[in-house]
Design a protein around this ligand. Structure first.
Ligand code: AMP
Ligand code: MG
Length: 337
């Protein structure tokens, strides 16, 4: 089976094809709008919608010329969560492709795509890949719009254990970066600048430190940076920018890894996953690697190309959940008609 996926939940327009027999991504293209939104300090929905319209036209036109579309067995599309207008463009293109190709159309939850993205490469590398070796799985999904800890008892079953009550981790990094004068999205720039800094130079607060409290919160952290910066002169901020970046990033990484440890100490998991755009962060990856080693389980992360939004994870997720659906009729997969 070949699954053609479309993704347009935020500011990436992407198409990809997953081949279930060959266990591989057969085709993928992603257009990013970061440069377009950068000057506004965040994603502007109206601009994003126009760009997705142009982007899908361009991507499907080039797919049509380089790939025999009659080989496609199913079309799948991210149908949420995300920016409604942006999702609508993807769904409309997917419906048109479904009519053209006369194949089933599946709606895929964007978060399920991210949640399964750490397994995509493992699956490609091992023809005998077995989900039982990794499940029950604990996953940390950290992106610009979402921060959640979930458990996956078996593939395609997701239980949310913890989520943010306000800002997402990526959002806190981006807003902090903006206060420090970096362009949007500034998460990676905070990491880069913080490399030469002292993470202990100042201590920013961590929310909900108690063991039984499975909530994340990052808006207080953002406010504490604002208050701290207001007390410094412009020269002091410039002089200690690397230290401030390192300490701010440390507060985010510490809060995330602390909750992961809490959950690992309470349950019995065979693997720990990290996904979403913030999974690009090396400090977070290294910290979770140490945590996983402490519990004697593998840390699974996507390569950097599959951390941010992409269509390969949507095609892969749809194929995995569909395969499981055939075995377990209690699982649900939304079908857009
Ligand atoms: P997504 O929403 O999954 O597309 O991820 C985008 C988010 O990931 C944005 O908030 C980025 O700032 C953040 N991000 C990307 N690279 C890094 C990095 N190296 N360190 C921290 N955050 C990052
Ligand atoms: Mg995303």
């Amino acid at each position: 089976m070949r699954y053609l996926a479309l993704e347009s939940s935020c500011d990436e327009t992407a198409v990809a094809i997953w081949d279930t027999e060959q266990h591989r991504v057969e085709y993928e293209r992603t257009l990013t709008q970061a440069a377009l939104h950068g000057p506004y300090g965040g994603v502007v929905p109206g601009l994003a919608i126009r760009e997705h319209l142009k982007g899908f036209h361009q991507l499907i036109e080039s797919l049509r010329h380089s790939y025999d579309l009659s080989r496609i067995d199913a079309v799948c599309v991210t149908h949420g969560p995300g920016l409604v207008g942006c999702l609508g463009i993807g769904v409309a293109y997917a419906q048109a492709l479904q009519l053209l190709l006369n194949v089933p159309l599946y709606g895929v939850n964007h978060l399920h795509g991210h949640a399964l993205s750490p397994f995509l490469e493992l699956f490609q590398a091992d023809a005998d890949f077995n989900w039982n070796a990794y499940c029950p799985h604990l996953g940390l999904l950290v992106s610009g719009g979402n921060t959640l800890l979930f458990e996956m008892p078996s593939v395609g079953q997701f239980h949310t254990l913890a989520q943010t009550v306000d800002d997402a981790a990526g959002e806190a990094l981006d807003k902090g970066a903006k206060m420090l004068g970096f362009p949007y999205p500034g998460g990676a720039l905070i990491e880069h600048c913080g490399q030469s800094g002292d993470a202990q130079w100042v201590r920013f607060p961590r929310a909900f430190p108690h063991k039984s409290d499975l909530r994340f919160s990052f808006s207080g952290l953002k406010t504490s940076l604002r208050v701290f910066l207001d007390k410094l002169s412009a020269d002091e901020v410039e002089q200690h920018k690397a230290d401030i970046c390192a300490a701010y990033q440390e507060a985010v990484v510490d809060a995330l890894s602390h909750k992961v440890q809490q959950v690992l100490s309470m349950g019995d998991y065979k693997s720990l996953g990290l996904s979403g755009g913030v999974a690009n962060n090396s400090v977070l990856r290294n910290r979770l690697q140490q945590v996983a080693e402490h519990y004697g389980i593998p840390l699974v992360t996507p390569p950097k190309c599959y951390c941010g939004d992409n269509a390969a994870m949507i095609a892969f997720s749809s194929a995995q959940v569909s395969a499981e659906l055939a075995l377990n009729p209690n699982l649900t997969l939304d079908t857009i008609k």
